[in-house]
Design a protein around this ligand. Structure first.
Ligand code: RIB
Ligand code: CA
Length: 312
């Protein structure tokens, strides 16, 4: 019986997703029991290929990868190829992984694995929440079998990255985010604003990669485009949203401050679509469904990233 904590990651790789996966695969206390793949940063054809390649890179072609929904639940949304590259991995033209996807749909895999690991499963969402919303519509009892649900989503005071008020994962599928936020009695939310507050120094990240091996070399290549894009627009720090969320998953003792509040999602098609509305004064009398990350130990975060990049 594996004593490690089972980790199921729903993701849209994506360069920062890839860093989060490197952290997860480098952690001894957690076992990645599967990757369920969303469309988001780029289309599902690319996000699935990127997930398979990342597993092969770290010698974990045994980890099952499940394709999910190719589009949001209701309304089309733009991707983030301008950040991650057209293929989502910096357009470096890597050789495809030798292995393939599982036949099972991501939503069904989420439900099945929640039974296999009932009560101990840590479910992590690093992309749009479409697959998890589909799983919840198929079986609303999913949250009862999940020990922790941690999601990189939202912008808790309305400082978005894809629109002035919305963060990409929620904006890509706001209806899915609403279904998920309403379904889990409690969940852990690592938002865009926490990401910006915990930027990674570009020069240090580069030095960590230059001191690494095959994983670092691959990551340096696939991340070059987005790091250069970020340096041009966001300065000396590079913001890896999914890596911060994964640090919280793997090392919750690195958390310095969280706050619990009700969080809702704007679904209309106006300028606030996809915004995450936090009831900071608890004016609406709704339960505190979200535990929001406010501060994480930077030294711990940087160490997790450095060790993952330099792992062999
Ligand atoms: O807003 C940042 C989030 O959107 C990250 O998960 C990134 O990978 C994209 O999915
Ligand atoms: Ca992502």
């Amino acid at each position: 019986m594996d004593a490690r904590i089972p980790l199921l990651i729903d993701t849209d790789p994506g360069v920062d997703d890839a860093l989060a996966l490197l952290l997860a695969f480098n952690d001894r206390a957690h076992e990645v029991v599967g990757l369920t793949i969303a469309a988001g940063n780029v289309g599902l054809h690319h996000t699935t290929a990127n997930a398979l390649k990342l597993c092969e890179l770290v010698g974990r072609s045994d980890v099952p990868v499940y394709a999910g929904s190719a589009s949001p639940l209701l309304h089309p949304a733009p991707d983030a190829a301008y950040v991650h590259g057209n293929d989502g991995f910096g357009d470096i033209g890597y050789a495809p992984a030798a292995h393939g996807l599982q036949d099972e749909h991501a939503a069904l895999a989420i439900l099945r694995l929640s039974h296999v690991h009932a009560g101990s499963l840590v479910l992590v969402a690093l992309g749009p929440l479409t697959n998890i919303a589909l799983a919840l519509k198929l079986d609303p009892t999913l949250p009862s079998r999940v020990a922790r649900f941690v999601t990189m989503a939202g912008a808790v005071t309305g400082h978005g990255n894809i629109t002035p008020s919305a963060e990409f994962n929620v904006y890509f599928d706001p209806e899915a985010a609403k279904i998920v936020f309403d379904a889990f009695p409690t969940f852990e939310l690592s938002d865009w604003e926490a990401t910006v507050a915990h930027g990674l120094p570009q020069d240090e990240v580069l030095a960590w990669m230059q001191a690494g091996g095959a994983r670092a070399d691959f990551y340096e290549a696939i991340s070059r485009k987005t790091r250069e894009w970020s340096a041009d627009r966001r300065g000396d720090e590079w913001h890896s949203a999914d890596a911060l969320a994964m640090a919280w998953v793997l090392a919750p003792d690195g958390v310095l401050e969280t706050v619990a509040r009700p969080v809702d999602v704007v679904l209309d098609h106006g300028p606030a679509r996809g915004a995450t509305i936090v009831d900071w004064q608890r004016q609406l009398g709704r339960p505190d469904n979200a535990t929001i990350l406010m501060r994480y130990d930077r030294v711990r975060f940087h160490a997790l990233v450095r060790e993952a990049l330099q792992a062999v």
